[in-house]
Write a protein that binds this ligand. Sequence first.
Ligand code: NDP
Ligand code: HSE
Length: 435
Amino acid sequence: MLAPLRVGIAGLGTVGGSVLRRLVAQRALLAQRTGRDITVTAVSARDRAKPRDLDLADLHWFDDPVAMAKSDEIDLFVELIGGSEGPAKAAVEAALQSGKPVVTANKALLAHHGMALARLAEERHAALAFEASVAGGIPIVKTLREGLAGNQVERVQGILNGTCNYILTRMEDEGLAFADCLAEAQRLGYAEADPTFDVDGFDTAHKLAILATLAFGVALDIESLHIEGIRAITPADLKAADELGYRIKLLGIAQRVGTRIDGRVHPTMVPKTSALAQVGGVINAVTVFADAVRELTLIGPGAGGEATASAVVADVADIARGVRSAPLGLPVAVLEQADTLPLRDHAGGYYIRLSVRDTPGAVAAIAARMAERSISFESVVQRHPPRRDPGSSGTVPVVLVTYRTVESALQTALDAVVADGYIAEAPQVIRIERE
Ligand code: NDP
Ligand code: HSE
């Protein structure tokens, strides 16, 4: 039998704690499965005095994760601190520099520095594994990199943030307020240390950038992605979507369009009958459209300590077995630099909710502005009778659903509607994916 694989874990929070417990509890099984004993020998976190439900008695404590990453006491560095800069980046770089394999769940780090880290890993002949960085317990990295190696991938899309899906599901099913649902997701260990990454769409964008690199063999500039979160989604939108036969999901979508990548993150209305509409709570779903398999969907828990630890431990087991792949699926030197398709060129259906001033001819004028841009409606619904506040002219909520149109035409039409003064608030626009 090979010498034991000595593991150091940096970060003992939601994920790090679960990984440590799982490596200890499954030690015998993992030894059988990998042919090598896997033993945690060292740990690092910010506050040594913090009470933790973990047995750290026999482990070497490092205050500094970089020192642990360089230490001869470990053979494998597991980074579960988080953040694209600071100690996580410094420690991962230090481990790779010293030729040690790295396992991380850190999508922000990968999305911003994946190329440089993969290059360093290649130079140092060290593994860099990050299954847990996308969609928690779903093995989508392995699926794209190994399982679909014989396919040309055309499109990859999915519900990639457990926190947002949890919030939208709870708001829709229980009528709860956004802030209460977010607090629940935080309590359950789903949210990022800074939950704005979740609710403003950045976490989904980080994951989408990783998926696009693996799927299309491209280096994608995260700054060039269109990113919208779920903060602006109101109970009125969820109710209107329900009545129209849709659900609202935060989707990450990437597809090849010629030499460019159409990459975007935004709330999306999907038909209630679609597979994605059935995915509720913290569950994630990723669909890959590829030439040989046609369509493949993986569904599973997208966040939380145990689900994420499942993916981290799978990477640890691969390294114990000696499995090695190019971290990004292809050597960094052959990855293409890809441009992204501007959102103004996106074509699709749109849901538009307008707060229309109760003035004769207002709806007709709005329809005329849309018609000028050849935008036609699948449905127009005046949702409630006008509110007649004393001294105010009142507003009427109007929901429009368009047939397929181009984003730039819609934006121009809406700009004209705003300029005409017929609406009292900024229009709410949600893109529709009907397939
Ligand atoms: P937590 O905030 O729960 O844990 C972070 C840990 O890092 C804590 O133990 C903290 O120490 C430690 N830490 C912070 N700063 C330092 C530092 N300077 N030096 C050493 N240790 C430090 O985060 P999570 O466990 O939720 O997330 C960890 C990583 O996993 C992130 O990259 C996240 O994006 C990713 N991830 C999280 C998922 C989830 O569901 N939570 C799912 C998939 C990925 P201390 O305990 O002393 O404060
Ligand atoms: N905060 C992330 C989410 C954790 O909610 O999906 C999993 O990556």
